[in-house]
Design a protein around this ligand. Structure first.
Ligand SMILES: N[C@@H](CCC(=O)N[C@@H](CS)C(=O)NCC(=O)O)C(=O)O
Length: 230
């Protein structure tokens, strides 16, 4: 089997997506965390956009962009996470393409400068949630996006549904409760061992420390924390 190195910032959701796919495939890999403010030269040399994740294969090839990495892993390593049916696969890819918008809509509150901006950002959450709720209604009965079988769509949304869960615990938003399919999906993904790169409480503390450090509107609702993270 090839040797895999996943280059990461500890709390990066896009890295987490690639790590989830590796874990779902039960593939051993080296997880190397670097500091966003101190990116080493060897990393800058292999990452065209200077971003994580980078998946280095056999010390020779470097893949970047989490979506491309996930697709590559799915083409080369069992079990296949994409559906066999081409239409179902296209639908899965389409919903995976929606992840950046979903991420921005559901975690935008963490970047709001004041209460008014927070409210404007919070108003975007139900719009994104409603879209996913309708998509889930058309899919199988759960617990995962396609039904019983875990897919790349699940791996793509899990990091962002987890971050929403953390934000909801900082300032209860009362939104996901209105979307039962989405709520059940998020719960199933949070329970899935592959979602987690770190022990859950430790990771939540790292995430909260990041939000606190940004000194945005939400930061005031987070108690002082000793954990230094990124
Ligand atoms: N579209 C990229 C996004 C990756 C990304 O934004 N990574 C962030 C960390 S979570 C990063 O490396 N940011 C550093 C920068 O923008 O310079 C992907 O899916 O891999």
């Amino acid at each position: 089997m090839a040797k895999y190195l996943l280059v990461s910032f500890k709390t990066c959701p896009w890295v987490q997506r690639a790590a989830i796919v590796l874990r779902e495939k039960n593939v051993p890999f080296e997880f190397r965390h670097i500091e966003p403010d101190n990116r080493p030269d060897w990393f800058l040399a292999i990452s065209p956009h200077k971003k994580v994740p980078v998946l280095r294969i056999d010390d020779t090839v470097s893949l970047f962009e989490s979506s491309a990495i996930a697709e590559y892993l799915d083409e080369t390593l069992p079990p296949r996470l994409h559906p066999d049916d081409p239409i179902a696969r296209a639908v899965n890819r389409a919903w995976t393409d929606y992840v950046p918008t979903f991420a921005e809509s559901t975690t935008g509150i963490a970047y709001a400068d004041d209460e008014a901006a927070f409210k404007t950002a919070a108003a975007k959450i139900p719009v994104a949630f409603e879209r996913l709720e309708r998509a889930l209604d058309k899919q199988g009965a759960g617990p995962f996006f396609n039904g019983a079988k875990y897919s790349l769509v699940d791996a793509s949304y899990a990091p962002f549904l987890q971050r929403y869960h953390f934000l909801d615990r900082i300032r209860p938003l009362g939104v996901i409760e209105k979307f039962p399919r989405l709520k059940a999906w998020a719960a199933a993904l949070l329970k899935r061992p592959s979602t987690h790169s770190f022990p859950e409480a430790e990771f939540e503390a790292m995430y909260r420390a990041n939000v606190k450090r940004r000194k945005k509107y939400l930061s005031q609702f987070i108690a002082d924390v000793a954990v230094a993270a990124e």
